[in-house]
Ligand binder design. Structure first.
Ligand code: MSP
Length: 519
């Protein structure tokens, strides 16, 4: 069975509503998923929820709810959110599900049997907000812990530890030998710097039930649940195993006679910069201990701010993706976040910049091109193409090649710049050839036919190139150009797809102009 291109997002904590940061990560991953599907690959995109841990238990308690019920109610909101973003995810993981829990327990049992864990007493500090242990080293110069840790409490506990130290050297070598393993480069250097300048401390993988009940019980000690990060990271393998992927089932001693799907190793884990250490240090070590191959890439994006400030519910400085989508459309949202911010650096959302791009690039750029091209074709030729022509072919092929190269290396923002090379060229072609003038001159009928063909063909190609980023818009363009298929295959991005005699439909505006003054 051939392996599917398998990519994941981080799984979100369930104790709140989805925000711009979560939406951004899911959209990037969806665009990469659709890119690979347009390249002809069979893709499997996984996203979902991280439901256990102290944070969620505390949030449920505060509302007087049973944690499972609390998670079930939020899960509904998050699953609808994935639909709202038009994600092409193949599954949705919830870490409180049986299929996930069974896998995690099997892995814990295996690692315990293989002497990867030991028990020891812990004395130190704990941040529930970050679900992490702190030491004296983490205090600032003023003696206090950084406010990002929230309330920090002192603890003395007996716990289970995972031996990380013995894994340090091979991991450094793996990251050095595989430049693509952590991307972009700045993040790769960050991990290497961390690994070379610190001795890895063993990871505490248990929490006594007296302190935290909402988690997966250690199969070898009923008094404990496992650390939420051990649980959460395993989702990337638990779902493949539950679906019958033989690499992951074998790792936990299950022999799937009939393999139903082949997913592992993951091709890309898309994550935000704050959880790099978990994915580029702890996760590879866990996998090695599980005797599984490492993922091919951890792709790290930056963080969004709004109006130059950290987004915060308490100050009301947030972007609600659902509001933006309801007002401006899902594709306008998807377009803006990846056109504005490349994968890597931090970004800043302002409503002004969103509206400026909407109006200049979507409404006046792409929308206007499709609308006027197909309107003229309908007005002057009843929608029918009377000739074929290759006048714009060379220009188009240049932008197509550039866009595809960018897509293939997951450079989404540069891909959009290339695609807009074609949008702008086609709009300029309308100005240069002035079909509205040609239409008034009888002896220019053939010339008008040629111009109309070039414009319709440019629209068709744009739909194919745009599908990963704006699937709904691309499908509308195909519809308007009169093509029954879906624009989800890059092999259609080649000049000459429309034939003489083909009839296009009447257009309707793709991005209605908004009169912002009136609001
Ligand atoms: N539950 C963990 C991840 C476990 S993965 C095995 C977690 N959850 S989270 O809800 O806090 O964050 C989920 C993802 O959203 C992370 O990749 C994080 O970086 C991303 N973002 C959260 N806020 C963000 C912004 N303001 N901007 C961009 N991405 C941000 O961490």
């Amino acid at each position: 069975m051939s392996k599917r291109f398998y990519l994941t997002t981080a799984i979100d904590y369930v104790n709140g509503e989805p925000h711009l940061g979560h939406a951004y990560e899911k959209v990037i991953t969806d665009i990469i998923a659709r890119t690979h599907s347009s390249l002809g690959q069979n893709v499997f995109y996984l996203t979902g929820l991280d439901e256990h841990g102290q944070k969620v238990q505390a949030a449920a308690n505060a509302e007087g709810k049973d944690p499972q019920l609390y998670c079930d109610q939020f899960a509904d909101i998050w699953e609808k959110f994935a639909e709202k973003l038009n994600l092409s995810n193949a599954d949705f993981v919830r870490t409180s599900s049986e299929r996930h829990k069974n896998f995690v327990q099997a892995v814990l049992q295996k690692l315990f049997k293989n002497n990867q864990f030991y028990q020891a007493e812990y004395r130190g500090f704990y941040s529930a907000r970050q679900e992490t242990f702190l030491t004296e080293k983490d205090r600032g110069e003023d003696g206090n812990f950084d406010p990002i840790y929230g309330e920090v409490t002192e603890l003395i506990e007996n716990n289970y530890y995972f031996k990380l130290g013995e894994h340090q050297q091979w991991l450094i070598e793996h990251i050095e030998d595989n430049p693509d393993f952590v991307q972009p480069e700045t993040r790769r250097n960050e991990v290497l710097g961390f690994l070379k300048n610190n001795t890895l401390e063993d990871l505490c993988i248990s929490r006594p039930k007296s302190r935290l009940e909402w988690g997966i019980t250690l199969p070898f000690d009923e008094e404990y649940v496992t650390y939420v990060w051990f649980d959460a990271l395993s989702n990337y393998t638990s779902i493949p195993a539950a679906l019958g992927d033989s690499a992951t089932t074998k790792a936990i001693g299950l022999d799937t006679k009939t393999e139903k799907v082949s997913l592992w190793p993951a091709d890309i884990h898309v994550i935000g910069k704050d959880i790099l250490k978990f994915h580029a240090v702890y996760w590879p070590i866990m996998l090695k201990a599980m005797e599984l191959e490492l993922p091919k890439q951890v792709l790290v994006h930056g963080w969004w701010q709004k109006d130059g400030q950290k987004m915060s519910k308490t100050t009301g400085n947030v972007v609600d993706p659902i509001d933006v989508i309801d007002e401006w459309s899902v594709d306008a949202f998807r377009y803006y976040v990846v056109r504005e911010l490349d994968i890597g650096p931090d970004g800043n959302w302002t409503d002004e910049s969103f509206q400026a791009r909407y109006s200049a690039e979507l409404a006046n750029g792409l929308g206007n091109l499709v609308n006027r091209s197909l309107s003229m074709l309908n007005r002057y030729r009843n929608g029918t193409l009377n000739v074929e022509s290759d006048e714009l072919e060379a220009d188009a092929e240049k932008w197509i090649a550039e866009a595809l190269n960018n897509y293939k290396s997951h450079k989404i923002q540069p891909a959009l710049v290339s695609i807009w090379g074609l949008v702008d060229r086609a709009n300029q072609y309308v100005e240069q050839t002035a079909p509205f003038k040609l239409a008034k001159q009888e002896d220019k009928a053939h010339r008008l036919d040629e111009v109309l063909y070039n414009l319709a063909e440019a629209c068709r190609i744009l739909a194919v190139l745009l599908w990963p980023v704006m699937p709904e818009t691309a499908e509308k363009i195909f519809d308007q150009v009169g093509i029954a298929k879906k624009p989800c295959d890059f092999s259609q991005a080649k000049w000459g797809g429309l034939s003489k005699g083909h009839t296009c439909n009447k257009p309707t505006p793709l991005f209605p102009r908004k009169d912002l003054e009136k609001k």
